[in-house]
Design a protein around this ligand. Structure first.
Ligand code: C5P
Length: 211
């Protein structure tokens, strides 16, 4: 049985939480595709001592290991920025394409979250959701996640960081972040996470017959 749930949208809109809930509810596998770009980004920064070389980034994307994906520093703001820089390099995206396409159509169903899942990775996905929320709300949510590890971080810094990343992700030539024409747009600005999950589950249930 192949069944793909594509969940796209800007940073900190709630994609990850919604995706994990959908995967757990229906017994689907889950891939956080942002972690692939984050792993390439931090490694490229390390190898280039702070400077990202596109050729090296593409090589790293072609040889990512589980150890790279298990690093503890992938969720930092710096990793997010590095991810969005390497994500604009066509050769990096090409190197990660096949793995994601295969994952999306694996047997037993899959949920993938990212920026281009419904448009590029799996345009044939049975369910497409574009999760969004206002910039300010997303910055507050992300700030709550990051502030324990970095107490000096302000909401304004997080907001700037998110906007820079969103602008880069939406403006790039290759696989820009945008809702697929047939995606349901779920604006979570005025919803708590329980309500957002409920709406996503209802949508998947309306399409998935469980076989
Ligand atoms: O989802 P997350 O915030 O972890 O993604 C980090 C970055 O990776 C994004 O800002 C984006 O540049 C890139 N990305 C992408 N395509 C995806 C997933 C993530 O370009 N499918």
């Amino acid at each position: 049985m192949k069944f793909t749930v594509a969940i796209d949208g800007p940073a900190a809109a709630g994609k990850g939480t919604i995706s994990r809930a959908v995967a757990a509810k229906f017994g689907f596998a889950y891939l956080d595709t942002g972690s692939l770009y984050r792993a390439v980004g931090v490694k490229a920064l390390e190898v280039g001592r702070g400077v990202i070389d596109p050729v090296i980034a593409a090589q790293l994307a072609g040889s990512l290991s589980q150890t790279d994906l298990d690093r503890g520093d992938l969720r930092t703001a710096m990793a997010g920025q590095a991810a969005s820089k390497v994500a604009a390099i066509p050769e990096v995206r090409a190197a990660l394409l096949e793995f994601q396409k295969t994952y999306a159509r694996r047997d037993g169903g899959a949920v993938l979250d990212g920026r281009d899942i419904g448009t590029v990775i799996c345009p044939e996905a049975e369910v497409k959701i574009y999760v969004t929320a206002s910039d300010e709300i997303r910055a507050e949510r992300r700030h709550k996640e990051l502030v324990q590890a970095k107490p000096e971080l302000t909401v304004a810094q997080v907001l700037n960081d998110l906007r820079a990343r969103d602008d880069r992700d939406a403006a790039r030539d290759i696989a820009p972040m945008k809702p697929a024409d047939d995606a349901l747009v779920l604006d979570t600005s005025d919803m708590d996470i329980a309500e957002a999950i409920k709406q996503a589950l209802t949508l998947v249930r309306s399409v998935y017959d469980g076989t």
